[in-house]
Design a protein around this ligand. Sequence first.
Ligand SMILES: O=c1ccn([C@@H]2O[C@H](COP(=O)(O)OP(=O)(O)O[C@H]3O[C@H](CO)[C@@H](O)[C@H](O)[C@H]3O)[C@@H](O)[C@H]2O)c(=O)[nH]1
Ligand SMILES: [Mn+2]
Length: 636
Amino acid sequence: MWSTAQAFRMNPVSRKVFPETLEKLLERKDFPAMDIFICTADPFKEPPINVVNTALSVMAYDYPSEKLSVYVSDDGGSELTMFAFMEAAKFGKIWLPFCKENNIMDRCPDVYFRSNYVISAHAVEVKVLLNSKQDVDINGKLLMPNLVYFSREKSKTTPHHFKAGALNALLRVSGIMTNAPIILTLDCDMYSNDPSTLERVLCYLSDKFRKPNCGYVQFPQRFHGLNRADIYASELKRLLILAPYGMDGLLGPSYVGTGCFFHRRVFFGGPSAYIEPEIPALSPSNNVDKPINSEKILNLAHHVSGCNYENKTNWGSKMGFRYGSLVEDYYTGFRLQCEGWHSIFCNPSRPAFLGDVPINLNDILNQTKRWSVGLLEVGFSKFSPLTFGVRAMGILMGLSYAHYAFWPVWSFPVATYAFLPSLALLNAIPIFPKVKSTPTPLWIASTWSQSHVNEPWFFLYIFLFLGAYGQDCLDFVLNEGTLERWWSDQRMWLIRGLSSFLFGSIELISNYLGMATHGFNVTSKVIDDEQRKRYDQGIFEFGVSSPLFVPLIMASILNLVAFLGGILHIFKERSLDNFSIQILIAGFGVLNSLPFYKAMVLRRDKGRMPIKTTITSTILIGVLYEISYFLLKSCN
Ligand SMILES: O=c1ccn([C@@H]2O[C@H](COP(=O)(O)OP(=O)(O)O[C@H]3O[C@H](CO)[C@@H](O)[C@H](O)[C@H]3O)[C@@H](O)[C@H]2O)c(=O)[nH]1
Ligand SMILES: [Mn+2]
């Protein structure tokens, strides 16, 4: 993992463009058309009001409206979402500076819909809600952008490939209706925060300025409403900001699923290997000459949204967004770059998009678990970045992608460090280099004076620990980070390693063995007020009894017991002997586990650790200790 991380350090690049000068070089009438895709899948985990907000925020881009088309893909096929959008269409007309007033529609989904709703098979729905050729705002002045509600056909028997499937259907439908050369993909939990973003993008993607191989421009995922310490490290600074800077100096950043502008052509083969789609109307160079709501166009749009349409076509394998991984974004970007497309990372100081983050630990861990499964699927496929990727894109790009793909591999060292040193300590077995006995009970005193140490390994060990942590901390803090957030970041890395990564790896294995199947478990965006309050105060949210918490509690209990035992040992023997590093590691574990102890013992609110989970974990750690007792004793 260390070596793959070095690829990001070779040539980091940070870019700047000046969209204010764009109009001197490119007339507004020559601005290219833009198709904007918004994905939603579940009206109860993703409240339609939020999806509407996302759509309204992009409809209000500072851009010629007649060139703007917003397509909303509803994988839930829900009447509620459609209804919300019909209202939104009317609402949009009355209200252009909408950002301030959108509270008007802030209502809860109707109980009637809720009780009758199951996501199931549904037919195609294509509804033109606003037509840029006809619809004007309430004053009769401004044209409105196109707004299309779309729900592809779904059946129980045909795989729908989750979001990638939805995006491919959107690619085809938008191709038939407007076929803009530039496409923005956006998740429904992320809204536009800067009306001038499209002009910024033109500096990279308009015909006049685009480099021939440039395929997409990725904006970082940035989030609003993080608490001060960002306790769940939702910022994902390393993954979403630092790594892309590094890749930008190579062939460009990976695609992260949202906030990304594509040149439509990239979905039809490599820069010099064009793949002709099965019907000419879908070709990226096709000129749409019929009105968006003409019967012919609508019929064709229905045709390409059928659930069997993709059979025996290249969609998902060589064309469009790629199937085969739960992280369709990462995988698609990777395959596009292997085909020869370059990309650009654009991180303006005012965030172009802002998104929601889950505010409870269980949701976060489930999300990371899904990513782990998806990443490993790519890592161990025939298109693995380490083999296929390195050959197609060169060693550094291959390593960069491998660094993501094998992210979950951290679970093994993290789990080892969480359990092994403490178990060994409790069994009085030293596993690290020794420090020679000194009369002082303070470990620091002994590590500082070299004369007392008889093994250089001890220092190498301390050096590596402090070096790695120091570098990590510096990287973080120097890039608009704070020490407080860094601490959360390293803690979440341990938590993810011990939980999501581990469960993700297990899920992948059981999947290969045919024991389970995994799906795209949509992250809930519903905010409970009480939870929100606790989150804002920086308090961890547990609440549900989730297996994802079990290894975490096990480790926190074990480390506490081992640490206390170790300290007792020091005072009894008045020597540090063989166990200093083990005690240190246990102590570090304890420090990181503080929120867990609080949640298990001190808290009484709804977000505390459920007793059931605590008891299960305590029993399991007891069993693990017994096993270790027999194993370690027999090894010794
Ligand atoms: O069958 C599906 C499942 C999901 N979605 C949409 O996909 C988006 C992302 O889903 P979310 O639950 O928010 O997942 P996150 O883990 O927050 O998303 C990250 O990870 C995903 C891959 O796992 C990427 O697709 C996302 O862009 C990226 O932000 C949402 O708009 C969903 O509505 C669909 O359209 N159809
Ligand atoms: Mn999301």
